[in-house]
Design a binder for this molecule. Sequence first.
Ligand code: DSN
Length: 428
Amino acid sequence: MYDFIKQQDAEVFAALEGEETREREGLELIPSENYVSQAVREAQGSILTNKYAEGYPGKRYYGGQEFTDQAEVLAIERAKKLFGAGFANVQPHSGANANIAMYMALLQPGDTVLGMDLGHGGHLTHGHPVTYITKFFNFVRYKMKDVETGEIDYDDMLRVAKETRPKIVLAGFSAYSRELDYAKFAAIAREVGAYAVMDAAHIAGLIAGGVAKNPFDFEFDIVTTTTHKTLRGPRGGMILTRAGEIGGMPTGEEIAKKVDKAVFPGLQGGPLMHVIAAKAVAFGEALQPSFKTYAAQILKNAKAMEAVFKKNNVRMLGGGTSNHLILADVFGSLGIPGKEAEKVLDTVGITLNKNMIADDPRGPMDPSGIRFGTPAITTRGLGEVESARVAELMLAALRDHADQAKLDAIHQEIKTLCATFPIPEVFA
Ligand code: DSN
């Protein structure tokens, strides 16, 4: 692999080779990462990177679009089928762009969005003060009622909605481990005449695989997502719009037209057609029955890890997990700060990320928690037994982090596990 790069550019080749080895010999537990198939990589590295295709299939600004149209229509139709959506825009370059375009489609400057508190699991693009979008829109918050169960405070959400009259009620998260009550979100949105939107970036693969509820079954208007997390596609974003109609709200088609205009020409220029082709390939894979088995195994593996943390009395936010991720208070339970925990685990070949926990007494650069999940190790073929063993090794490394001989032994076991479960190239 990389024959041409190797010949031409030794420096870039070194970076690619290094990453190949890192991924091969270590376990990836960052819950927003995954391994794509060789077919997805081929499409993403394909000739379609050469082509400008501003516009949409059948309505482009430049000529020569027979094959770009073919690839984009495949991605759109497969995305609609996967999520039961009426419309799909597969052009957003990322999840952040998908969210910004969604705001641009539905809001006027100064309008309000009611989203999850960022300290309780919400995402940067849901209105973190460091982001540029907060100069244009007003973000108000809901939180968990009980951080030990993860239950959202829906009564307070309704109160804030009535008080602030948001135009969007936004569900979704990047560090929350429980299922949301979409019917309640939608009811609150309808009560104040707002759009109900879900940022499903983290759990899109679970929805597509039929093991998590689909917001479109609960009168959501829009679902935004990335394509590279549990969905196991190339790095990118997507915006889906509902098929059915909801009284008093614009039709799905009207919303989808606004979304298309917001993505191009509102926000982006030429779509990344090679990435769109790779999205089509990944969506094709997710439509296979085997993807359902994969999605179910992600949950089983997360539960197996949860059981080990529970048995060892390590506090998990939300009391555990109902999805692919766990947020553990390692500082509170083991006395090791999140940053150090991330570093120690890195030395034994386990990659995850430090993370703020709800109402974290520590700062974002050195928070109390670690966040980890099972999408990538499940792709690798690890089952519940191996996932539980990984959790045990994590806890052993965190407890004995001053004992280099123990860390070396753990690292060796992780390497052996990685050799036993190589990263697959094809998904059956
Ligand atoms: N960076 C992604 C995550 O890890 O959740 C979302 O931005």
